[in-house]
Write a protein that binds this ligand. Structure first.
Ligand SMILES: Cc1cc2nc3c(=O)[nH]c(=O)nc-3n(C[C@H](O)[C@H](O)[C@H](O)COP(=O)(O)O)c2cc1C
Ligand code: SF4
Length: 701
C-alpha cells in the first residue's frame, strides 16, 4: 500500500540508506553517492566550494569530475555539446584534471577539503569524444574528435578520426598515469567512465566499434581496451587502490549493447578487480528519456537489479532518484547496494543529513527541470533552478547583514519568497505581502501543470513560515500602504502583466490566457454569459481553497475551463506544457508558434522530449504561424505564406507576461529604495531566473 510522502516520512526511519558499506579498501559511512555532476566550468575556488558543500551535507562518497586524463590545453575544441568554449572555461576545465604532477598541489587541497568535510572522494577519469595525441609536446594545440572507427561523433559534434592501435596504447598508459596522479593527490578511489556513449563506451558497443583489429569485432576484443585500462591503473597504483567502473548497462541505441550484452562486460570487470559498478543508463543520443521530469523516479533501478544477479561487488543505481525514502527502499529491498544522486544533491547538498534526521519537509527537492544539465552542457558551472547558490557557493555566503533593516516584499511568488528567506536569514526584519490567500504566486498555477512543482512550493512556503517573517496574505499593497509602513527597502515581486496584443477577438469569451488562470486564483474572471461566470466562480473557489494541484490537474479532463478542441497561441515552454497536459486529458490540441522554433525557450536536455511527447499524443504543431483573428469558431492564422483556419472551442494564450514597473516606479518617485524581481522585472523568466533574482535581492540588502 502506498502512503503519501508526508505520512511515509513520519512512519519511516531510514534504516538501510545509512548503513556503512565497504567497496574493496574503501569504507563508506552510508549508501548515498553523489554521482558525477561536473562543475569544472566554474574553475578553481568554485569547484572546491561546490563540492565541499556536498561533502559537508552527509553523502558517503562524492564522485567528482569528470577529469581529463590528458591536457586539453588552453583551447578546447568541444565541451559537452558545444564547440565554442571560451578561454576562461578551457582553462577551468584544464585545471581540474589528472594529466600531470603540476596539478597535484591544487588537487591535494581539493581532496583534503573533501575529507575535512566528512566525505570520501573518487576522481572520475573521463574521455568524452575528443583527445589530443601530442598533448605533451603541443600543449597549446586543439583537441581532435576521435572514435573507435571514425565517422560522425556522438552528440552530432562533427566527424571523428579512428584512433590507431598505437594511440590506443598511449591512451591506456595515460589512464594509468592519471590514476596514479589521483592516488597521489589523495583521492580515495577512481571511477573509469565507460558509459553514456563516450569514447570508451563506443569501443564496447558494436554500434560504433566496427574495427577489424584486436580492439574490434568480438566482445572480447571490444572490451579489451577497457580491461587494459583497468590493468594499467592497477599497475600504476597497486591492486588495492579502489577502481569503480561506470557503464551504461543498456545503450538504448539501435544496434548497441543490451543489458544481456553488457552483463559479460561487467563480469569481466569484476574479475579484473574493480570494487564497484556504477550502473549508468543509455547514451546522450539515445531516443529514450532518462533524466527529464516525465521519467518515473527510480525508473532504471531494474538495470542495477539485473546486474546484481551476475556480480558480487557492490552495485550502484542512479538516475531520477531524488527521494531518500525511495532510495532507502531500493537498498532495503536489495535491488542495489548504493544509490547515486547527482541532481538531488545539486539542489540540496544537505539532503543526506536532513534525511537521516527525518527532516524530509526541509529538503529542497530537485524538480527535474534539467536546467543544471543545460548549463553544464554549455560548458558553464551548473546553475540550479531551486538553489541559486549552486556554482556560486564561494561567493554567496549568507552572513548577518551589517545593519538590520525593515524590508517590505510585495508578492509571495518564488522570487518574493526567496528574497524574504535570504533577507530574513541575514537578520533583516521582513514583511512579505501577497494579495492571494496562499503563498506561491505563479507557482500555484505552474504546480497544476507540472507535478514536480508542488513539492518545491511546499519547501519554499515552509522555509518562509519557519523564519521570523511576517506574512500578510489577502493584502493589496499600494504606495499609501508603503507610506504607512515606512520600510527601509522595498522589493517588488508582484508578477507581470498580460501581454498587450492587437489580435482582433483577443477579448472574446472563448479566449483564456495564463493570466486569467492566475487571476482566478484570487477572484473569478468576468468572462462569458451567466453560466460561464457561475462556473468560473466555482472554478475560482476550487483554485483558491482546494490546495490539491493533482486533483485540479485531473479535473482538466472535463470541459471547463478548456473545452474539447483547444488551440494554443504560443509554442514556448508554457504553451508546450499546457498542450502536453491537456492532450493527456483527451483534448484535441493545436499549438501555434510564431517563430520557426517550437519550444524556443526550452533547454537542450528537455526540448526533444517535450516535442516527442506532443508528437506522440497527436498534437498538431505549426511553426511560423501568425494569428490574424480570433472568432467564435476558432482562429485564423497565416502559416508561412498561407492562410489557415483552426477550429477551436477554446483559444489559450500562453504568451510570456510583460514586465510591470508601475508600482516600483511610483515608489521610486516617492523616494523609496526599490528592487524589482521576478516577472515584474524581466520577461520570459522561469523558476531559475526568479530564484536567482530573489536570492540576489535578499542577499544584497
Ligand atoms: C550538472 C551535471 C553534470 C554532470 N556531469 C557528469 C560527468 O561529468 N560525468 C558523469 O558520469 N555524469 C555526469 N552527470 C550525470 C549524473 O552523474 C547522473 O548520472 C545524471 O544526472 C542522472 O542522475 P540524477 O537523476 O541523480 O541527476 C552530470 C549531471 C549533472 C546534473
Ligand atoms: S536545475 Fe533543476 S534538475 Fe538541476 S538540480 Fe536544480 S532542480 Fe534539479
Amino acid at each position: 500500500m502506498a502512503f503519501s510522502p508526508v505520512l511515509e516520512s513520519i512512519m519511516t526511519k531510514l534504516k538501510s540508506l545509512f548503513q556503512p558499506i565497504a567497496m574493496g579498501e574503501l569504507e563508506l559511512k552510508n549508501r548515498i553517492v553523489m554521482t558525477c555532476a561536473n562543475a569544472s566550468g566554474g574553475g578553481g575556488k568554485h569547484v572546491i566550494s561546490y563540492y565541499a558543500e556536498r561533502a559537508r551535507g552527509g553523502a558517503g562518497l562524492l564522485i567528482v569530475g569528470g577529469m581529463y586524463t590528458f591536457d586539453t590545453g588552453p583551447v578546447k575544441t568541444v565541451y559537452g555539446g558545444r564547440k565554442d568554449v571560451t578561454e576562461e572555461e578551457a582553462s577551468a576545465i584544464r585545471e581540474f584534471a589528472l594529466y600531470g604532477e603540476e596539478l597535484l598541489p591544487g588537487l591535494r587541497e581539493f581532496t583534503k577539503t573533501m575529507h575535512d568535510n566528512g566525505a570520501k572522494v573518487a576522481a572520475q577519469l573521463l574521455m568524452t569524444y575528443e583527445w589530443k595525441r601530442d598533448w605533451k609536446t603541443n600543449r597549446e594545440g586543439p583537441t581532435e574528435l576521435v572514435s573507435p572507427s571514425g565517422g560522425p561523433s556522438g552528440a552530432r559534434l562533427g566527424d571523428t578520426r579512428a584512433v590507431t592501435v598505437d594511440e590506443i596504447h598511449q591512451i591506456v598508459e595515460e589512464y594509468g598515469d592519471a590514476a596514479m596522479i589521483a592516488q597521489q593527490a589523495g583521492f580515495d578511489a577512481i571511477e573509469i567512465h565507460a558509459g553514456i556513449g563516450y569514447f570508451l563506451n563506443q569501443f564496447l558497443s558494436p554500434h560504433t566499434n566496427r574495427r577489424t583489429d584486436e580492439y574490434g569485432g568480438s566482445l572480447e576484443n571490444r572490451m579489451r581496451m577497457l580491461l587494459e585500462i583497468v590493468d594499467s591503473c592497477q599497475k600504476k597504483t597497486g591492486k588495492d587502490f579502489p577502481i569503480i567502473a561506470r557503464i551504461s548497462a543498456e545503450d538504448f541505441i539501435e544496434g548497441g549493447n543490451t543489458l544481456e550484452d553488457t552483463k559479460p562486460i561487467i563480469m569481466a570487470l569484476e574479475r579484473a578487480g574493480i570494487v564497484a559498478i556504477d550502473v549508468e543508463t543509455g547514451w546522450h543520443e539515445s531516443p529514450v528519456p532518462m533524466v527529464q521530469q516525465w521519467v518515473k523516479p527510480g525508473a532504471f533501478v531494474y538495470l542495477a537489479e539485473e546486474v546484481k544477479k551476475v556480480v558480487n561487488i557492490p552495485v550502484l543505481t542512479a538516475y531520477r532518484i531524488w527521494d531518500p525514502i525511495l532510495a532507502d527502499r531500493i537498498i532495503a529491498e536489495g535491488r542495489a547496494d548504493l544509490v547515486g544522486m547527482a541532481r538531488a544533491l545539486v539542489a540540496d547538498p544537505e539532503l543526506p543529513d536532513k534525511a537521516r534526521e527525518g527532516g524530509f519537509d526541509d529538503i529542497n527537492y530537485c524538480i527535474a527541470c534539467c536546467r543544471c544539465l543545460d548549463t553544464a552542457i554549455a560548458g558553464e558551472c551548473p546553475s540550479c533552478a531551486v538553489n541559486a547558490r549552486v556554482g556560486r557557493e564561494a561567493v554567496y555566503i549568507i552572513e548577518p547583514a551589517a545593519e538590520s533593516k525593515n524590508v517590505l516584499i510585495i508578492g509571495g511568488g518564488p522570487a518574493g519568497m526567496e528574497a524574504a528567506r535570504v533577507a530574513a536569514l541575514r537578520g533583516h526584519k521582513v514583511t512579505l505581502c501577497d494579495r492571494g490567500r496562499r503563498l506561491g504566486g505563479s507557482l500555484l498555477l505552474a504546480g497544476i501543470m507540472n507535478p514536480e512543482l508542488p513539492k518545491f512550493l511546499k519547501y519554499q512556503t515552509r522555509q518562509v513560515r519557519k523564519l521570523p517573517i511576517e506574512v500578510r496574505l489577502n493584502t493589496e499593497v499600494d504606495a499609501s500602504f508603503v507610506e504607512r509602513m515606512k520600510p527601509d527597502v522595498v522589493i517588488v515581486a508582484a508578477g507581470g502583466i498580460p501581454p498587450t496584443s492587437e489580435i482582433p477577438g483577443i477579448h472574446r469569451e472563448n479566449v483564456l490566457s495564463s493570466h486569467d488562470m492566475l487571476m482566478a486564483m484570487i477572484r473569478a474572471p468576468r468572462k462569458g454569459g451567466a453560466l460561464q461566470r457561475f462556473t468560473w466562480r466555482l472554478g475560482s473557489l476550487a483554485l483558491r481553497y482546494l490546495d490539491q494541484p493533482a486533483i485540479i490537474r485531473w479535473a482538466l479532463r472535463f470541459r471547463f475551463p478548456f473545452k474539447k478542441r483547444v488551440v494554443i497561441i504560443g509554442g514556448g515552454f508554457a504553451g508546450c506544457e499546457l498542450a502536453d497536459v491537456l492532450a493527456e486529458r483527451g483534448k484535441e490540441l493545436t499549438l501555434l508558434e510564431e517563430s520557426k522554433r517550437l519550444g524556443f525557450d526550452i533547454g537542450i536536455t528537455t526540448r526533444w522530449v517535450v516535442l516527442m511527447r506532443l508528437w506522440k499524443s497527436g498534437v498538431r504543431m505549426e511553426r511560423s504561424a501568425k494569428v490574424v483573428e480570433i472568432t467564435e469558431k476558432g482562429l485564423k492564422a497565416m502559416v508561412g505564406d498561407s492562410e489557415a483556419f483552426f477550429e477551436a472551442d477554446t483559444v489559450a494564450l500562453t504568451l510570456p507576461l510583460e514586465t510591470n514597473d508601475k508600482l516600483a516606479g511610483e515608489l521610486e518617485e516617492r523616494g523609496w529604495t526599490v528592487h524589482s524581481v521576478g516577472d515584474c522585472a524581466a520577461t520570459g523568466g522561469r523558476i531559475m531566473e526568479a530564484m536567482a533574482a530573489g536570492f540576489r535581492a535578499g542577499y544584497e540588502i
